[in-house]
Design a binder for this molecule. Sequence first.
Ligand code: SAH
Length: 485
Amino acid sequence: MNCEELSHDGWRMEFLPTFFDVRFRACLVVGGGEVAARKAELLMRAGAAVTVVAPELSRSLAQYRDTGKLSHRARVFRPGDIEGCTLVIAATDDEAVNREVSELCRERAIPVNVVDAPELCSFIVPSIVDRSPVIVAVSSGGASPVLARILRTKLETMLPASYGRLATLAESFRERVKRRFSDVAQRRRFWEDVLQGPVAEMMLAGQERAAKVAVEVALQQDTPSSLSVGEVYLVGAGPGDPDLLTFRALRLMQQADVVVYDRLVAPEILDFAHRGAKRIYVGKARSDHSLPQDEINRLLVRLAREGKRVLRLKGGDPFIFGRGGEEVDVLAAEGVPFQIVPGVTAASGCAAYAGIPLTHRDYAHSCVFVPGHLKDGGDLDWHALAQPHQTIVVYMGLHNLETICRRLIDEGLSATTPAALVQDGTTQSQQVLIGDLANLPAKAEDVAMRPPSLLIIGDVVRLHERFAWFEPAGVAEGAGLRAAG
Ligand code: SAH
C-alpha cells in the first residue's frame, strides 16, 4: 500500500479518537455562559480540576463555584491562564478571544477546543453515550454535530441503561478468570458467554447476586459452556403496534432461542425475533385453546431445562389478565431462572390511540380494569363498578357486552353513559365504535365487532370526539364506525 492509497477517503480519519485521562488535572474553561457550563460539567464528570475564567458566571456555574466544585477567575482571559493546563476549552461569544485562546494553546501544544469553531480546535468533543465505565463516543469530525447527535440517540436506545454494570462485573472477575483460563481463546470464549448470555441478562435486569453466583459456578466447571443454563423471559408485547415494545423486550426477542407466543401477539412483532429462533404457537383464543395452561407451563420448564433461552411473549402486559402469574408460579417452584418485562396493556394502548384519557380531572378520578369473560355474568361486583367518576375498562368483554351494559344500568348508571369499543387497538386496522350503555350492544352487532376488542365505559369517552388523532391505514376515510353506527 503506498501513501496515496493511505490518504484515500474511507481510510483516512480527520481525527484520532482517544479517551483522555484528566483526573486531578488542571483544565481551563474560558467563558461563563451556559455553553461553558456544559463543558465544565463534562470535565468535572471526568474528574478534572476545573477553572473557569470569565467576568461573570451563569447560574449553574456560580453554583458549582459556591459549592467548591470549580474555581473561578472573575475577569477577562489573560494569556497566563493557560499556564500548566492539561486541556483548554474556549466557549465565549467573543470570536477574537476564542481565536487568541486557540493560538496560544497551539503554540504551547496544549490541546484546545473552541466550541462551534472546528477550524480553531486541536481536539473536538464527541457526542457521548455514557454507560460508565463503558463510553461510546460519536463524532462527525465537526461536519455535522446534529448528525452525530442523531446517531448517538440511536445508540442510546440500543444500549440498556445498566450496560456499564457488565463492565463492572467483568472487572471484578478479571483476575480470577485469567488464572482459571490460561489459554487466550478459552478466556475470550468464557467472556463472550458471560457478556452476552443469561448472566448478562441477569445483570441488566438488576439480579446482580444471581449473576455473580452464575459466574462463580461457571468458573468451577471444566468447560465454559456450563454458563448456558436456560431461562425464561416473560415479556409483554404490547397491544399491537410494534413501536410500543420496550427496549428490553426487543433485546430479549433478538437473543432468545425459542419464542412461545399467544394469538394476541402481532405478526410484525414476532418478526423481531432472531431469525434462527424456534417459534411455538400456544394459542389462547376464547374458543380455541390450542394448549391448556398447564401444558404451556410444562413446556416452558422443559425448554429452559434443555438450556434454552425461552421468550414467553404475551399480548399487552403479562400481569394483566395474561395468566403471567400462573406461569411464574410454576417457574419459581421448579427453580427455573426467569425475568418479567412489562408491556403496554390494552387499556393504555387502546385509550391512547382512541384519544380517550382513562382518567381526567373533570370526568373520572379512578379507573378499574375488569374481565368481561364471566361465568353466568355473575362474577363481578356490579355495584362497586357502577360508580360516578369512574372509568371501567373491560377486557374480553365483547361476548358479554349486552349483559355488562344491562347490569351496569340495573345498578344505577345512566343508560346514556358513554361507552366505546376499540377493536384491534393501536394497529393499522384499529376501529373505534362509540355509543352508550343502552345502544352499544346493538351497534356492535350491526357492524360485527370482533375480538380483540376493549370496552371503555365512562364520561371520558366523550373526549374521543376531540382527542382522536390516530388514523389507521386500514380504515378508508369516512368509513369509520362512528359513521356506520
Ligand atoms: N395481557 C393483555 C390482556 C389479555 S386478555 C393486556 O395486558 O392487554 C385479552 C383481551 O385484551 C382481549 O379480549 C381484549 O379485550 C384486550 N385486548 C388485547 N389487545 C387488544 C387490542 N389490540 N385491541 C383491543 N383489545 C385488546
